[in-house]
Design a protein. Structure first.
Lengths: 311, 375
């Protein structure tokens, strides 16, 4: 029973139609407390629609779901009080100061008036925004806006945080710092559910879900997801890269070939050895391999393979 | 939950404080409009430039011209001769009116025959035509009567008293000053303009910047959001109304005869109705610019059809029906009634019913639309 208590989001056959378009179909998910859970998928795959249903602002057309213990259709208001929500647009009031933005969201989320001031100071301290508390939010740089947006979304200490492409358009240093904070928050028991297009970020999630054309293709840790694709990847240094890529691409066991200058990245299906396969393919041609080494398949490889298989 | 409304209202006030342009507009606009309407726009037509084409050049003809000038209505701008010159003068705008006195004018008058005088009027401005004709006609009628009396006295007869005499008594605005009529109406026009525009833009801004989405995901309920956002604007509406009333009273001598309490009470319905219109526009507009355009588009029929510029009674029936649907039409009757005519609650209850009906319809439509648009 303790396992059930650990589940913070639970959905069964969740679906949503817009007219004749099925945006989300039959999504059944369990997300555990304290997890950093990534939702991956191409644009228009149904990621945002799924998140909006989980936030209680969009009714499902079919299926059921509970979030932080409340039904997403009947108890949406109770859900809203217990979640934080942040989008890539960093929905801040640009003509209010850093502190005023925090105070506003503290008021909206019903942080008790007596605690509001202390909580705002605490969050300012935590995010390093104390020195900028009087600055207008509109004058902050992208990275600082992102920090403030996260601070606003967590001002009421929600047990569950939804992040919709939170790092889009932010510089790499800010992105790294942002992830450190997400891991801090998660270590203290907060669950973070996020969508992203960055594959390096996907690797940092505890678990991932792949959504494509509204359907859930796979759920698991990054390693599990990669392993299930049974992909093996090799990097080859060749002298006629274009020709070599074309030859490999015709082989039925080759999932994908990408070339960067003289380097080819070859992914093979069904656990076939990519180096041996390449040697066979190149035999009798004028392509020669200068060096070859096998490397770990990444989430990106798995992502491309899944989209291709389903598309 | 009442607290959340206050949180939103105070946020809105803070944002307003940081937006000096909007704030200045809300104060400057009423004052500017008031000065424009009070001083520049005057429907009492006076000092119309007049030319005289006097073919008679007698004492009698000169006397008539002098009397015309003495009304203060015509300014003698010189003499002309012949229709070509008259035509040129009217086309160039040197004169609006030309008085043509034929050669035998004086002789005819002396002899007791009917003498002809011609008044040529520039018809491009209907307001001038009306005033010029009326003033000249009444002047000529008075002068004719006088000449008749003189004749009769000279031949030893005596005149029977006028069979009918009209004793006009213009109430409420006996001097017929435009400002007295315009200032109360201006309250309605300005409130329509600022209330609709500010509400529409305030919500469009949240949508444009993405903060509306953030609020929808929060526990804020639509009613808290809407009330919180428009509360500060209600206060601004009352401030504008007070400003115009005070300015109109002290600068333009507009009397305030009726009950302040009743006026402010009924004004609430009107302000609320306009805020609901603004709310409705905000659900249609995707950007602040669209919201602004819609507000201006709405303002035009209000100014033209409400009775602010042209009398309601003079409009064709379809225009009157349309006019009845505008909150401003009813508020104008209320504000003019209370300020100028000391109307009381009983006098205005029909307008009250209309305004309430319009308000309820608007609130229903815009909150349905607002709720739908939120998701």
């Amino acid at each position: 029973m303790s396992v059930a208590a650990e589940v913070i989001i639970h959905t069964e056959h969740l679906s949503r139609r817009f007219g004749s378009l099925v945006a989300v179909r039959d999504v059944s998910l369990d997300i555990r407390r304290g997890e950093i859970f990534g939702i991956l998928g191409p644009n228009g795959a149904g990621k945002s629609t799924t998140i909006r249903m989980l936030c209680g602002i969009l009714d499902p057309s079919g299926g059921t779901g509970t979030v932080v213990g409340f039904d997403i259709t009947r108890e949406a208001e109770s859900i809203k009080e217990r979640i934080g929500y942040m989008t890539q647009r960093f929905s801040l009031y640009e003509d209010l100061t850093v502190a005023e933005n925090l105070e506003f969201y503290a008021g909206i989320y019903g942080v008790a008036f007596s605690r509001r001031r202390a909580r705002v100071s605490e969050v300012l301290e935590l995010t390093g925004l104390t020195d900028r508390r009087g600055q207008l939010a509109g004058t902050l740089s992208g990275g600082w806006k992102q920090r403030l947006a996260l601070a606003c979304a967590t001002i009421h200490e929600p047990p569950l945080l939804f992040l919709d492409e939170p790092t889009a358009g932010v510089d790499p240093v800010s992105r790294r710092e942002f992830w450190e904070r997400i891991h801090d928050i998660s270590a203290r028991g907060t669950t973070a559910v996020m969508t992203t297009h960055y594959m390096d970020e996907a690797e940092r999630c505890h678990r991932l879900a792949f959504i494509f054309s509204g359907s859930l293709l796979d759920v698991g840790t990054p390693d599990e997801i990669v392993e299930r694709r049974e992909l093996r990847v090799a990097e080859l240094e060749v002298d006629r890269a274009l020709e070599a890529a074309e030859l490999l691409g015709r082989h039925p066991d080759v999932e994908e070939v990408a070339h960067y200058g003289h380097i080819l990245r070859v992914a093979t299906r069904h656990g076939v050895d990519p180096i041996g396969l390449s040697a066979g393919v190149f035999a009798g041609t004028n392509v020669s391999v200068r060096s070859a080494r096998e490397t770990r398949a990444t989430v990106e490889d798995a992502f491309v393979a899944m989209v291709r298989a389903d598309g | 939950m009442k607290l959340r409304t206050l949180v939103i209202a105070s946020k809105e006030l803070r944002q307003l404080r940081r937006d000096p342009l909007t704030l200045a507009m809300m104060v400057a606009l009423p004052v500017l409009q008031l000065l424009l309407f009070g001083y520049a726009i005057n429907t009492d037509v006076r000092h119309i430039p007049m030319l005289v084409d006097d073919h008679d050049r007698s004492a009698v003809s000169r006397d008539l011209v002098r009397r015309m000038e003495a009304t203060g209505f015509y300014d003698l701008a010189g003499d002309v001769q012949g229709y070509d010159e008259i035509d040129r003068a009217l086309r160039s705008g040197v004169a609006r009116v030309v008085l043509v006195l034929p050669a035998r004018f004086g002789a005819d008058v002396e002899a007791g025959r009917t003498a002809q005088v011609q008044l040529v009027v520039d018809g491009s401005d209907p307001q001038i035509v009306g005033s010029a004709q009326n003033t000249a006609a009444s002047l000529v009628a008075t002068r004719s009567a006088q000449i008749r009396v003189d004749h009769l006295t000279r031949v030893g007869g005596h005149l029977a008293p006028e069979p009918i005499e009209l004793a006009p008594d213009v109430l409420y605005n006996p001097d017929q000053r435009t400002a007295v009529y315009i200032v109360p109406g201006l309250i309605g026009v300005l409130l329509t303009m600022t209330m609709v525009m500010l509400t529409a833009m305030a919500l469009a801004r949240e949508r444009e910047r993405g903060t509306l989405e953030q609020l929808i995901v929060s526990p804020v309920r639509p009613v808290e959001l809407v009330v919180g956002k428009i509360l500060p604007y209600v206060a601004i509406g009352y401030a504008q109304m007070t400003l115009i009333l005070a300015f109109g009273h002290f600068v333009f001598d507009v009397p305030i005869r009726g009950s302040f309490g009743l006026l402010y009470l009924l004004a609430f319905l009107f302000i609320a109705a306009n805020l609901a219109v603004g709310l409705f526009f905000s659900t249609l507009a995707k950007t602040q610019q669209q919201a602004m355009q819609m507000s201006f588009f709405f303002l035009l029929p209000n100014i033209l059809l409400s009775g602010f510029m042209f009398p309601f009674e003079a409009m064709p029936h379809p225009a009157q029906w349309l006019s009845q649907a505008l909150p401003l039409t009813h508020f104008l009757r209320i504000v003019r009634g209370i300020v100028l005519k000391r109307s009381n609650f009983d006098d205005l209850h029909v307008e009250l019913v209309w305004l309430t009906g319009i308000l309820v319809a608007l609130v229903v439509v815009s909150s349905l639309r607002f709720r739908k648009k939120l998701i």
